[in-house]
Design a protein around this ligand. Structure first.
Ligand SMILES: [Zn+2]
Ligand SMILES: [Zn+2]
Ligand SMILES: [Zn+2]
Ligand SMILES: [Zn+2]
Ligand SMILES: [Zn+2]
Length: 359
């Protein structure tokens, strides 16, 4: 453990930083003020466990023998926490004696086809109007009805005589009377139903029923009581002091500070001795064992540092902390200096605005 910086070490570091090596004691006499500023960086990863049981099912005859079993209450079943608490995992158990394969309740693995409502066929449109005769005169003898229409005279008009380019009518069987495109139908045949108005149901292929999904068509389901144990990491952190000192100081101390570090791995581990007494309460409360916590890893780092003000340099605060090669100093503008600079900047901006307004 690195020794905490003494007041003499701190003042001497500031004196050296300001070009007055060996004059640390002089700074003290001149009224330098030292505020201890211990830094703490704590990170905790808890492995938190949740347990739940639920009814489980699989289609058909299902083999659960490769799953681990538990007996009685799931909460009493021992499950090792993961070696690494940052790992997330779920273990699925089967309650011993709960597995049974029973009839599904469907019709032997089949269910009525919902598409055709178990009719095996679907209504279908008949073909669209024939593009050649537009359905007006598909056959000069039967008009596409298959029978001689009553209002036609038996002798027939010249138009009704067999004409060139006409073909045999499929409805009345007369030769050379029908439109060559639709052969007396007045419409193109529907390719799906051949103009019967019905087609085979594509879902059940006309069988009126389909395989029942929940049992994969077996008519059986396997049921059991499942118990699942989930282990998931939960992370938290604590950074002190609060409010945080200036960012530049924290960054510099984070990079080059000689932090002392300890890793704890269980809730009962004692806290390290070097922690600042002012931090103990917050650390203890951050490390309280959580509900469901089965494992943890705590990384604690701390750095004894100080903020020093010197009466003859009111524009700076000197942050002193132990580095790898001895005390390090970082001078940061004091609040007084920052406010003055801000005031000067505001004044300049105001002046520029005035000049711009006058020009
Ligand atoms: Zn036609
Ligand atoms: Zn005809
Ligand atoms: Zn059709
Ligand atoms: Zn169907
Ligand atoms: Zn079924």
């Amino acid at each position: 453990m690195a020794d905490a910086l003494s007041e003499g070490d701190i003042l001497e570091a500031v004196a050296r930083h300001t070009g007055r090596p060996g004059r640390g004691a002089q700074l003290r006499r001149a009224g330098a003020d030292i505020t201890r500023l211990p830094l703490l960086d704590l990170r905790i990863v808890r492995c938190v466990e949740t347990r739940a049981t639920r009814p489980e099912s699989r289609p058909g005859t299902y083999d659960t023998s490769r799953r681990p079993e538990y007996e009685g209450e799931l909460r009493d079943h021992p499950v090792d926490p993961p070696k690494d608490p940052t790992v997330s995992r779920t273990v699925e158990f089967v309650l011993r004696g709960s597995v049974r394969t029973v009839p599904c309740g469907c019709d032997d693995g089949r269910q009525p086809c919902s598409r055709c409502r178990a009719k095996g066929r679907l209504r279908c449109d008949i073909g669209p109007v024939c593009p050649a005769c537009e359905g007006v005169e598909p056959c000069t003898w039967c008009d596409g009805t298959g029978e001689r229409r009553k209002d036609r005279s038996p002798s027939g008009s010249p138009r009704e005589k067999p004409a060139a380019g006409r073909t045999a009518c499929e409805k009345c069987r007369k030769p050379r009377t029908a439109c060559p495109e639709c052969r007396g139908w007045g419409a193109k045949r529907c390719p799906k139903c051949d103009d019967t108005g019905y087609r085979v149901c594509p879902v059940c292929s006309g069988e009126r029923s389909t395989e029942h999904g929940p049992c994969d068509g077996t008519g059986l389901v396997t049921l059991w009581t499942a118990g699942s144990v989930g282990q998931a990491p939960e992370q938290a952190s604590l950074k002190l002091p609060e409010p945080a000192p200036p960012l530049r100081f924290r960054q510099q101390a984070g990079r080059t500070g000689a932090w002392e570090r300890v890793t704890l791995s269980s809730a009962g581990d004692p806290l390290p001795d070097g922690l600042d007494p002012a931090h103990l309460k917050a650390v203890e409360s951050a490390l309280t064992q959580c509900r469901g916590e089965v494992a943890r890893r705590v990384d604690i780092g701390w750095l004894q540092s100080a903020a020093v003000t010197v009466p003859d340099d009111p524009d700076h605060v000197f942050y002193v902390f132990p580095g790898r090669e001895g005390p390090e100093v970082l001078a940061i503008w004091s609040r007084r200096r920052s406010l003055r600079v801000a005031a000067v900047v505001a004044g300049v901006v105001l002046l520029v605005l005035l000049v711009v307004a006058l020009v």
